[in-house]
Design a protein around this ligand. Sequence first.
Ligand code: F6P
Length: 326
Amino acid sequence: MANIKCIGILTSGGDAPGMNAAIRAVTRTAIYNGLEVKGIMRGYKGLIFDEIEPFKTNSVSNIIQQGGTILKTARSKEFQTPEGRQIAYEALQREGIDALVVIGGDGSLTGARIFAQEFNYPIVGLPGTIDNDLQGTDLTIGYDTALNTIMQAVDKIRDTASSHERLFFIEVMGRECGILALNGAIASGAEAAIIPEMSIGQDQLGDLISNGFRKSKNSSLVLVTEGDITGGAMAMAERVKTEFPQYDVRVTILGHVQRGGSPTANDRILASRMGAAAIDALLDGQRNVMIGIQNDVIVYVPFSKAVKKNKPIQPDLVETLKVLSI
Ligand code: F6P
């Protein structure tokens, strides 16, 4: 068994509902196994600026239902430099922290990977991001809650879209990953999703937006992934206004509402399982892996694989949306 007596835990990057459930699971599983736990505030910044506090079982009481993260979060510029990482390493040594659990997305786990290599330091990651864009895991903590938030928002937009017979472009988060837009569209019965994984030509766009009206529906809802690749909902709406002036077009950008709120049961359970698995992994001698879930089984994914770009989209999702929106 690895000689780990004290673990540090931090959340980094964009917050995600379920991060608190993960913090709770990591803390309590560690204490159950006789380990000491230290909470590091504001992500990697807390290591650099020495914001570290001891955690007991009751430090994580009454948080499983809360969105956000009690540890706060940040995207640390300092940690991106070798000097910053050296300061972070010295803080870990000084505090007697033998291993780290890092909860975050792509950028946070990339930072963890670099740090682990540079200092030969044990780190286990948990995929905490609404984007569900990490490879080697079917799900990330926060994705299910964000997806439900999107569905509920689109349901509401549908009422007004239908009353005014309008075409709505609804922009959702996800960076370069279209899974929130695609599954959000299926869940809310939208006409289409415009996602970075699939380019859409002018002819297709025309077909797509006139679908709803031609097929005797009186409104159309199209979900669009944010970002440079799709151009986002505003760019799409401008294009349509010029090319198809017959449509009364509106745009809604859902924004950070997607990141907040109480986590769903699925996210709480996922975070609890993954948090417990992170401690089991460290005690088993695992290093520099992200905890993932595949077909409902917990797996260890090397950081190098987890942070690879372009997680594939299941083709049947694209087909299902197309067929069901006729
Ligand atoms: O990675 C999570 C995420 O919410 C992305 O979907 C989004 O592009 C980004 O973070 C927004 O970041 P910020 O809160 O810094 O604006």
